[in-house]
Design a protein around this ligand. Structure first.
Ligand code: SAM
Length: 293
């Protein structure tokens, strides 16, 4: 395979990427051309959301082509375009063929939730210390245990007894929190999401983990639960406050994630009419907020 390397400005990245795909690039990736220098910029997106911008101030665009002639043609055509003005072709290099599946898989190692509780991709052996394991592969739905918001919810679950409880996972994504609740003793677990792909992923993942869940769109959630888990984002969580609190039993628990540290007060205010939220965990700028009715 042949890699065409280009340098361009932030406002050119989208047009260049679209052009490369139209020119049959097998893949296009964008890097910060100033990475590891003082000019390096961080681009953060909230979980489940795309990053706020397509590229960096000075972006390096890497496009893979099956044949050298395709990479050369793409470079020649791009140089002739108005939208590439000021951009540069850095070169074309042959890259060794790799086992891409293996390479991708190797980037997803088992994730430790507690020393005894791990999320393990199906192609890995569980670590020897693991007493409880969720088997999950990166797929279409959010929630592979690699994001701090998911890990904090799972840690909360693992440190409590859910024995015999009725639990609701609102915004289930891959179903990881619902599966965790079932593994930690919940008697009935309902998992709901507005995204039908998430509903399907949760059904598949529940089956693969040998747990029984009731899975569906949000209207499946009915009545009161001992524990309600919701890892969404601050804005939808504020809108959902009456609905989520209405599903919490008296003396039951509400567990919210997807919230940045600076959003704690807004969330407390939104939930104040129903219950008192407090920060009970934090990781990488994200917080877990919990409350009891
Ligand atoms: C950040 S993911 C969390 C997935 C998983 N529960 C986890 O902890 O990793 C948020 C999920 O909430 C779902 N979602 C967003 N807004 C929702 C809403 N109003 N009602 C139900 N689900 C929603 C999204 O489709 C997405 O699957």
């Amino acid at each position: 395979m042949f890699e065409l390397r280009l340098l361009c400005g932030e406002d050119q990245v989208e047009a260049v990427g679209d052009a490369l795909e139209a020119l049959d690039a097998l893949s296009v990736s964008v890097e910060d051309a100033d990475a590891h220098t003082e000019a390096e910029q961080a681009l953060f997106g909230e979980p489940g959301m795309p990053p706020p911008k397509e590229g960096w101030q000075r972006s390096r665009v890497l496009a893979l082509f099956a044949r050298q002639a395709q990479a050369e043609d793409a470079a020649r055509l791009l140089i002739a375009q108005d939208f590439f003005e000021g951009g540069r072709v850095l070169g074309i290099e042959q890259v060794p063929d790799q086992d891409w599946v293996r390479l991708t898989q190797s980037q997803f190692a088992p994730v430790e939730i507690t020393p005894e509780f791990w999320i393990v991709p199906t192609w890995h052996e569980p670590p020897a210390a693991a007493r409880e394991v969720i088997r999950l592969d990166p797929g279409l739905a959010f929630g592979t245990g690699t994001h701090p918001t998911t890990r904090m919810c799972l840690r909360w679950t693992a440190r409590r007894s859910l024995a015999g409880q009725r639990v609701l996972d609102y915004g289930c994504g891959s179903g990881i929190l619902a599966i965790g609740a079932a593994k930690f003793g919940a008697a009935v677990v309902d998992a709901v999401d507005i995204d039908e792909a998430a509903v399907r992923a949760t059904q598949d993942n529940a089956q693969a983990n040998g747990v029984t869940l009731r899975v569906g769109l949000p209207e499946l959630a009915q009545g009161e639960y001992d524990t309600v888990l919701a890892n969404i984002l601050a804005t939808p969580l504020k809108m959902l406050a009456p609905l989520l609190c209405g599903h919490v039993k008296p003396a039951g628990s509400l567990v919210l994630a997807g919230i940045l540290e600076r959003q704690a007060d807004e969330l407390k205010a939104a939930y104040a009419p129903y219950l008192r939220l407090e920060v009970s965990d934090s990781e990488d700028g994200w917080i877990l907020m919990t409350g009891s009715r």
